[in-house]
Write a protein that binds this ligand. Structure first.
Ligand SMILES: Cc1cc2nc3c(=O)[nH]c(=O)nc-3n(C[C@H](O)[C@H](O)[C@H](O)COP(=O)(O)OP(=O)(O)OC[C@H]3O[C@@H](n4cnc5c(N)ncnc54)[C@H](O)[C@@H]3O)c2cc1C
Length: 307
């Protein structure tokens, strides 16, 4: 725990309208279900509270991190020093602005938004019906599946710029790439996004969603905790194939195991530690590098100390 956390600062976070917890367990806020506590966990209800919180954090020079749905992170067993922000309240809302244009807060669930679009008769988000991220986390990493990516439908992003200390709306030059955007290398906080979808028959949208869901059930592990794909693919290779050719299918480190069904997924048993998952990831990196001379790049993000 950081001994520099000041009770005056905590009071100011509360006065800004936030809910504040000290030494708050984060494991259940992630899909792996592992990891230690945050020194301070701050639930931020709206943009003005976010600006206030960021001002206080900057005054005190606290380290900080935003957590979305925790479906693409591995938090260390020692937890996270400083402040972890969870955006909630207004950030969880979405609205249809005019036919086809959807504005969604960063904390809304991508899966839920994708399914809601069936009844709004809007096509374009079907690809994301099984991606368990928040809108903010998913835009940051340009989440995608089945040849669709968020970049195909996002027309603007409203975000808190750490550098400018204000909320900015941006439509162009979002630097989209494979599982990346301009937000991947910055600390800027996505507040909401605008999506342009296409009017379509709800039955056709529903059928596509059902097909994708069935395809996931057939090809991806279900029933065990995971954080989806561990490493990135490239144009040259499918990483699951390299891991498979290293003979690692079903390979275990304690309670963490390379899935029998999909070798780029690590599935975990109850009671697993972040260290076991991390060690298994490192073992994959070493074995693939040794056999193929290729160093796999993590898609998932490490948060906290793994030294
Ligand atoms: C079962 C399963 C299936 C999956 N399938 C897919 C798939 O098909 N395709 C795919 O691309 N991914 C997939 N994933 C991975 C994951 O769901 C996505 O990467 C998702 O977009 C991560 O969003 P999140 O809200 O969970 O982000 P988190 O894991 O909470 O955070 C990831 C990063 O985003 C940052 N972040 C979160 N919110 C914000 C914000 N508002 N502003 C700025 N930064 C923010 C965090 O600080 C962190 O750096 C899968 C995961 C699981 C568990």
């Amino acid at each position: 725990m950081l001994d520099i956390i000041d009770h005056h600062a905590l009071r100011r976070f509360s006065d800004a309208g936030c809910t504040v917890h000290e030494n708050y367990p984060l494991a259940n806020l992630t899909t792996y279900g592992v990891g230690g506590p945050a020194d301070v966990f701050i639930i931020v209800p709206n943009e003005s509270a976010l600006i206030a919180v960021m001002t206080i954090i900057s005054e005190y020079h606290y380290p900080w991190k935003v957590l979305g749905n925790g479906s693409n992170v591995l938090i260390s067993d020692a937890g996270v020093r400083g402040c972890v922000l969870q955006l909630n309240g207004d950030f969880s809302l979405y609205k249809i602005e005019k036919y086809g244009t959807v504005q969604s807060g960063c904390a809304h669930s991508l899966i839920q938004l994708s399914h809601s679009m069936i009844r709004h008769a809007l096509s374009g988000l079907e690809f994301s019906c099984g991606i368990p991220g928040s809108i903010g986390g998913s835009v940051r990493m340009n989440a995608g599946a089945y040849s669709g990516e968020l970049k195909d439908v996002v027309t603007s992003v409203r975000y808190y710029s750490v550098c400018d200390k204000k909320v900015i709306e941006k439509e162009t030059d979002l630097q989209w790439g494979y599982r990346t955007s301009m937000f991947r290398d910055s600390n800027d906080i996505i507040c909401s996004v605008t999506l342009q979808l296409t009017p379509a028959e709800p039955e056709g949208i529903r059928r596509t969603v059902i097909d994708y869901t069935q395809h996931r059930k057939n090809n991806q592990p279900t029933g065990k905790r995971s954080a989806g794909s561990v490493f990135k693919n490239t144009n040259e290779y499918q990483i699951w194939q390299l891991i498979d050719e290293c003979g690692l299918r079903g390979y275990r480190r304690g309670k963490a195991m390379i899935s029998e069904k999909h070798t780029n997924w690590i599935v975990v048993d109850h009671g697993c530690s972040a260290r076991e998952i991390y060690d298994l990831q490192e073992e994959i990196i070493q074995q693939v590098a040794k056999k193929f001379g290729i160093v796999p790049e993590r898609e998932q993000e490490l948060i906290g100390d793994f030294s």
